[in-house]
Structures are given as structure tokens and as C-alpha cells.
Design a protein around this ligand. Structure first.
Ligand code: LLP
Length: 418
């Protein structure tokens, strides 16, 4: 499943002991395995080989430039949602013809930047957005390729904050509205519809909601073709779930086998936008125990990583396995909440965990933190963000320096001089 394994009671990333990286780089520290990233990418690539999809890695899951470059070297395209993500893609030389741009709030400035760069297409989420792209493209004397993002109104059976394909969600267009928009492009001369897009949510463990959505969209594609629209691309979005705890998500192969019979007859170029599936289990967050408070009911292990470093437990009640980097011998386990230093009761990494008797200085690894971990980190409580390291075999490379207070303060210190 991943390359974080214990050897003689000590946690390694590939062939590198975690404790060695902590000695060099300190904590909190994000550590990624190159091999896990590549093997998960290859799982998707091989599972869908027959359909030869364009795999547009979803930058928002983990946007570290070294990781983006690693994926770009494998030939991935990118799913981007901001000018910032576009610039990350450009910085690591991802061909812009392999970038697709989603998001409900693209600004005029962002649309100009993306058109200038020459991205493959915008995934358009509303009628006013379509009109704006048309206007901007007209001013730039060009024609923007677009797909319309459909909200197929299916329940992806995941956390409500990461469900995106139900009618009460802000994403995409209903099928009738999308049909009207396709038709209106006959008048909007500066956008060219070339496909349809869906993304129904994240951490989805079964193919069933995808199948429901594809069926609805297939009917729509047939109707569009009857009206002479050329639908070249079908974008299935991302969303494949991973194992955090006891989930049993479909494998990439099972997913591909389930959806291929519905995709094949569409005769479209398939686009996939995986994020979490590629990087989720490829990263851990390592943190050091500062204090242990022993209570009547349970112990609190107060660690040096908080909700500002990894917000998923606080925001979604997400479960991340937590284990000591160096196994402790013997003794009973203690019911423990692993909590951060932030002044909020919601600041925890794990609750009611059966952990060995911890002491100050012990290192803990928070697993499956490769996706939506560092990218969602903040400076709350004026805490600098962690460093990131990428391991390949017995070698490790610092891929993002630990933020220092001077960097956190700089934009405000500069203002004090006025
Ligand atoms: N495509 C689009 C248009 C998306 O909005 C997303 C994720 C993806 C692809 C990639 O989805 P994935 O394969 O990673 O599931 N912060 C949340 C997840 C938010 C997902 C947002 N969109 C979390 O920590 O669970």
C-alpha cells in the first residue's frame, strides 16, 4: 500500500529512518515517498491503459513543485483551479495543452492568464462564467476551448463537505442548463465547447455513484451529438478514495473495469483528475510529543503539530492513523488524545487512540497526510509552516524549507515603516 514500514521497531520511509530525517530537519515535518507516489500513479495509468486517458493530476491535493515535476516527468497533465496553480504548472514545465482549469470563481485576470498560457480547456461551472470567458477571448482575438461541468445530482456517499455532485452543491450545471449553454455557444463565437466534465466528490469508495453519473451524462452526450456538437472529451474528474483506517475502497483496477464499459461507447478522449489517490498515502506528518497530561479518563499527548499544520481531523473529523516512530517495548496501551498547541478545542490530530505510554520527546507519525495536508496548512497562532522532504530509497531531499518567523512577519513589518 505504501512505503512507510517498520523495521526492527523503527519507522522508515523507503530505506530512510524517519528519526534520521527529524534530526536533520526537525518537526513538524512532512515526509513523502517517491516510490509510493509513482506506484499509485502507475496503478491508475495501468488500470486505464486500454482507454489511454489524459491523466491531469489535481494540483490542489499536493502542489509542492518537486512533486509536480516528478509527476510531470511521467507525462501527467494538470487539473488546476487558480492562477497560482497555473504558475506552479508553468514553473515545472507541464505542457499547457495538458492543463484543464476548473473552479466556480475564475476571475477575469485568471482567465486572461490561462488563455495566454494556452491551456487545453476551461471546465466551465456557470452561465456568467461562460459569457465572461467568451468576452475575454474576444478581446484577446482568440477562441477558448471549454467543457461544461455537469452536476449530475448523484450522492457520492462521502463527507458532506467534499460532496460536489448533488444539486444542493455550488458546483457545475444541471443537465438542462448545460444543454442550453451548449446551444448558446452557437452565438458565443469565442468559446468552443469540446467536452463535458464531472467531479462528484472526493474520498469516494465505490464506483456506483460514478456509474449513475456517467449514465446520465451519456444520454446528454447522445442528445448533443444529435444536435451536431462535437464532444471530443469526457472528463470523469477525480475522487477515488484511499485507505485511512478501515475503508475498503475499490482498487484502481476495479474502478476502471466498472467504468470502462460505459466510457468506451462514448468514443471520447477520457480525462481523469486524480489527486488524493496518487499522493494521499505517500506522505506522513511527523510530530514530537511536547507534554503528556494524564487525566482520569484519558491522557492528552500535546504535540508540536496542530490544526494549522494538518486541518483534516478538525475540519472533517477525518481519521488519520497515528503511530510512534520508534516502537515502545511492553506496557499497556493508554487511551490518548493527540492534540496540538493551538488554542482551540477542535485542535486535535487523533482522539481516543490506544497508544503506548508516551513521554516528552517521543516522535509520532500521522499517516496518509500526503493529500490536503501541507496545502491546507496555515499560519494560525502565528506558527510558521512545516518543512517537506521527499525520500527516494536511502536518499532524502528537502523540497520545501521550513518557514521562518521572519517570512511570516515580513508583509506586516514592511507596513510598520510607513
Ligand atoms: N477535480 C476537481 C474538479 C476537484 O475539485 C478535485 C478536488 C479533484 C479533481 C481531486 O479530487 P481527489 O482525487 O483528490 O479526491 N480538502 C478535502 C478534499 C477536497 C477536494 C476538492 N476537490 C479533504 O481533505 O478531504
Amino acid at each position: 500500500m505504501d512505503d512507510f514500514l517498520k523495521r526492527k521497531g523503527e519507522l522508515y520511509c523507503e530505506d530512510m529512518p524517519i528519526s534520521k530525517l527529524v534530526k536533520i530537519h526537525g518537526t513538524p515535518l512532512y515526509i513523502y515517498s517517491r516510490n509510493t507516489i509513482l506506484s499509485h500513479y502507475n496503478k491508475i495509468k495501468n488500470a486505464f491503459a486500454e482507454l489511454n486517458p489524459l491523466i491531469c493530476y489535481s494540483v490542489k491535493a499536493n502542489s509542492n513543485l518537486t512533486i509536480l515535476r516528478l509527476l510531470a516527468e511521467q507525462g501527467t497533465g494538470l487539473d488546476i483551479v487558480s492562477q497560482g496553480e497555473l504558475e506552479r504548472g508553468l514553473a515545472v514545465k507541464v505542457p499547457t495543452r495538458c492543463m484543464v482549469y476548473a473552479g466556480v470563481g475564475k476571475t477575469e485576470k485568471e482567465i486572461i492568464a490561462a488563455l495566454r498560457a494556452g491551456i487545453l480547456m476551461f471546465n466551465v461551472e456557470s452561465e456568467p462564467e461562460a459569457r465572461l470567458i467568451n468576452r475575454v477571448a474576444q478581446k484577446m482575438k482568440t477562441c477558448a476551448q471549454v467543457a461544461f461541468r455537469i452536476n449530475p445530482d448523484v450522492d457520492a456517499k462521502t463527507h458532506k463537505y467534499i460532496t460536489t455532485g448533488k444539486k444542493e452543491n455550488k458546483f457545475g450545471l444541471t443537465i438542462p442548463l448545460a444543454m442550453d449553454l451548449f446551444r448558446s455557444t452557437r452565438r458565443l463565437k469565442h468559446i468552443k465547447p469540446i467536452g463535458v466534465h464531472m467531479h462528484i466528490g472526493s474520498q469516494i469508495t465505490s464506483a456506483t455513484p460514478y456509474l449513475q453519473a456517467i449514465r446520465r451524462m451519456s444520454k446528454m452526450i447522445a442528445e448533443l451529438r444529435r444536435e451536431d456538437f462535437d464532444i471530443e472529451y469526457f472528463n470523469l474528474g477525480g475522487g477515488l478514495g484511499i485507505i485511512y483506517n478501515e475503508e475498503r475502497p475499490q482498487t484502481a483496477n476495479e474502478f476502471a473495469q466498472a467504468v470502462a464499459p460505459l466510457i468506451r461507447p462514448l468514443k471520447c478522449k477520457l480525462i481523469l483528475e486524480p489527486g488524493r489517490f496518487i499522493v494521499g498515502n505517500a506522505g506522513i506528518l511527523v510530530t514530537e510529543v511536547q507534554y503528556v497530561k494524564r487525566g482520569h479518563l484519558k491522557s492528552f499527548a500535546i504535540v508540536d503539530a496542530g490544526m494549522n499544520d494538518l486541518i483534516r481531523p478538525s475540519l472533517y473529523g477525518a481519521f488519520h492513523q497515528i503511530l510512534p516512530v520508534i516502537s515502545k517495548r511492553g506496557g499497556k496501551t493508554v487511551l490518548t488524545d493527540v492534540v496540538g498547541p493551538i488554542c482551540e478545542s477542535g485542535d486535535f490530530l487523533g482522539k481516543d487512540r490506544h497508544l503506548p505510554n508516551l513521554e516528552s520527546g517521543d516522535l509520532l507519525a500521522v499517516r496518509s497526510a500526503g493529500a490536503y495536508g501541507m496545502v491546507m496548512a496555515s499560519n494560525y497562532n502565528s506558527r510558521p509552516r512545516p518543512a517537506e522532504v521527499l525520500v527516494a530509497g536511502s536518499k532524502a531531499k528537502l523540497i520545501r524549507k521550513r518557514e521562518i518567523m521572519a517570512e511570516v512577519l515580513a508583509p506586516e513589518l514592511a507596513m510598520l515603516k510607513n
